[in-house]
Design a protein around this ligand. Structure first.
Ligand SMILES: [Zn+2]
Length: 237
């Protein structure tokens, strides 16, 4: 997961023009799922899922995801679905992001665990600032590496937020092994080349190539956290 700076793209006009729903039945998927919204989110995320950092499948477009779920919420697997959800945030730009179908439909669903479930945001009762979500919001958390790290291609939690995010975004699922391993092996091949060139005139250029490779992976935005966790130290060489 990596931080995404929403200020890089303006709020789509369709969202600015639409009044917040006053009940769940009023929520119109033609507004939050409008092409303008998808285009803006794609500009920000460049085809990369905000949670698992996979490229969307080429045969699907990904889902416009509500960070705070619009139709109801659950604290954990044992919880029942509580109604209503955060329907009043259904068109709120700050609540929208692009997620792959796996993260959104198979894992996150309506889960929205809080540190203190008695402080759930309700505009009639309490302010949003009192609510402390246990899930990492990639549009707000500037340093996801404070909560999650990688040992090789295995993701590890560092905090309670890390634990909940792995569970409810499905960040440990088998399908993520292969793409992570591909990126990992690609960089390891460059590290091996640096080792072979050690003490020769080829060493310095190989180190530069290694750094360029790592920076290139980070710039591409796929599996950024894994690359930084394992190989960030080489950028300081
Ligand atoms: Zn995903």
């Amino acid at each position: 997961m990596k931080y995404i700076d929403r200020s890089q793209v303006g709020e789509p006009a369709i969202l600015q023009e639409s009044a917040a729903p006053t009940k769940e039945e009023e929520v119109d998927d033609g507004i939050y799922g409008h092409d303008e919204v998808k285009k803006a989110l794609n500009q920000l995320q460049r085809g990369i899922c905000c949670y698992c950092e996979s490229r969307y499948n080429h045969t699907t477009f990904g889902d416009v995801e509500h960070f705070r779920p619009k139709k109801g919420y659950k604290q954990d697997e044992k919880d029942v679905l509580h109604k209503p959800g955060y329907y009043w945030l259904a068109y709120k730009w700050e609540n929208l992001m692009y997620a792959c179908e796996q993260c959104n439909r198979v894992y996150k669903h309506n889960y929205f665990p809080l540190k203190d479930r008695t402080k759930r945001f309700d505009p009639k009762v309490c302010d949003i600032s009192q609510e402390e979500p246990l899930l990492i919001n990639p549009y707000e958390e500037k340093n996801p590496e404070n909560h999650l790290t990688f040992v090789g291609t295995a993701i590890k939690p560092l905090t309670d937020k890390g634990v909940a995010s792995i569970t409810y975004y499905g960040l440990e699922r088998k399908e993520l092994d292969e793409p992570r391993q591909e990126v990992y092996n690609d960089i390891i091949a460059f590290i091996d080349a640096v080792k072979i060139a050690e003490g020769t005139s080829a060493e310095a250029p190989m180190i530069e190539k290694l750094k360029a490779r790592i920076n290139g992976k980070i710039a591409a935005g796929q599996h950024t956290l894994m690359v930084k966790s394992n190989f960030g130290k080489y950028l300081k060489v």
